[in-house]
Design a protein around this ligand. Structure first.
Ligand code: DON
Length: 307
């Protein structure tokens, strides 16, 4: 018998597509050029069966959804203790591009905001590795979660570098506080490359399914990171993944998630499903308006809420 899920997903998108609230991110010129009407959903079971609807094969840059994955690679490469010494796990209550350092220690508050993500980028790969090797570890590591080699959108990367003043300032402060030892502009450039990796909504669902599956990519069978690393990553996603709307998200949708400014949201329910959604218009917190609506529907209809 044919699965009813594709029709169900089509129906969910139809009920959300009329919502034209929000605005496409415009602080990166290339992102402002996105087609605001795009809308997609993909759901992957932990066995790698993917159901998708809408523009689910359209590519967009992963942006901040790369953050939990680079954090996972840092944890895998350096161990939890070493990473915790550099990056905290508490919500910042501030915008993603604030200099949210803990008072006293100067430790970035968490890895889901820029100050923590820039630091996490420097912790991928072996200590002292040249930047090219570190970037390759990040690109191939994030690709392993997707189960295919991801490419960098150099145009988006260049465009973001033209307006990366805040990230450059943050990286220089990190260097000033000796949280990072690397050349600050190089760290920003490579972090922006990481954010410029191209993914589809289907990729997001499979990346999420890898987290939901204890770190094993369901299609390739590769153990990308350990179960302990996944637990740490999903925990931080739960408390810090949706900017300062994390509380709203946990109460309504109730699964670990991460959003990005290009309009993607990734959610993972351990042992069950990985979800990817995409629609470029963002709410004032920076989360995709229609993406949040789609996730609220899925959570309610499929009983995904953890609590
Ligand atoms: O650092 C930036 O501004 C972007 N490249 C990523 C921003 C993003 O998706 C926001 N996330 N928390």
């Amino acid at each position: 018998m044919r699965s009813p899920i594709p029709e169900y997903l089509d129906e969910v998108l139809r009920t959300c597509e009329g919502d034209r609230a929000g605005a496409v991110a415009d602080y990166v010129p290339e992102l402002a050029a996105a087609d605001a009407e795009q809308l997609a959903v993909a759901v992957s079971a932990v066995d790698g069966t993917v159901y998708e609807a809408g523009d689910s094969r359209t590519s967009f840059t992963v942006q901040s959804i790369s953050k939990p994955f680079t954090y996972a690679l840092a944890l895998a490469d350096r161990g939890c203790e070493a990473v915790l010494a550099k990056i905290g796990v508490e919500p910042s209550g501030e915008a993603f591009n604030e200099l949210s350092l803990e008072q006293g220690s100067a430790r970035p508050r968490n890895p889901m905001i820029n100050v923590g993500a820039l630091t996490a980028h420097t912790l991928a790969g072996p200590p002292g590795a040249p930047r090219e090797e570190r970037l390759e570890r990040v690109v191939s590591g994030i690709s392993a979660f997707a189960g295919r080699r991801l490419e960098i959108d150099e145009a988006v990367c260049r465009s973001e570098m033209e307006t990366a003043h805040r990230n450059l300032a943050i990286a220089h402060m990190l260097r000033g506080y000796e949280v990072i030892e690397e050349d600050a502009p190089h760290v920003v450039e490579d972090y922006v490359r990481q954010c410029s990796l191209l993914v589809t909504t289907r990729d997001l669902a499979l990346m999420a399914a890898t987290l939901a599956n204890g770190g094993v990519q369901p299609v390739t069978g590769e153990q990308v990171v350990s179960r302990e690393v996944v637990r740490q990553v999903l925990s931080v996603m739960t408390t810090c993944g949706m900017y300062d709307a994390a509380g709203d998200w946990v109460t309504t949708v109730g699964i670990p998630a991460k959003s990005g400014v290009s309009g993607g949201i990734l959610g993972a329910l351990p042992g069950q499903v990985g979800i990817g959604v995409f629609s470029p218009r963002l709410d004032p917190h920076g989360n995709s308006v229609r993406g949040v609506r789609v996730c609220e529907r899925l959570s309610a209809d499929m009983g995904l809420h953890l609590m």
